[in-house]
Design a binder for this molecule. Structure first.
Ligand SMILES: [Zn+2]
Length: 82
């Protein structure tokens, strides 16, 4: 879940993991840890047509979520950029 600053150019003020409620570590407007952000615009062929759903998960909650998958997450190592 994201809270935004008020004003013309709204910026992310706070990110809270929807699963565990932990507030992610932000320094000013820079996120100091990784999180998973999902934003789904549900369409006609869903049961939620016309709804937008969004949530954020901290890394620990992401790990717990994917452990429950029948098929594992595809993991590819990125090559370091020079
Ligand atoms: Zn969490």
């Amino acid at each position: 879940m994201r809270e935004y600053t008020q004003g013309k150019e709204a910026a992310v003020k706070k990110i809270i993991c929807n699963q565990c409620g932990k507030e992610l570590n932000m320094r000013k407007d820079l996120l100091m840890e990784e999180c998973v952000s999902v934003n789904q615009i549900w369409g006609y062929f869903s049961r939620k047509d016309g709804e937008n759903h969004s949530f954020d998960l901290c890394e620990d909650c992401y790990d717990k979520l994917v452990k429950g998958f029948v098929l594992p997450v595809t993991v590819e190592k990125r090559k370091e950029l020079l």
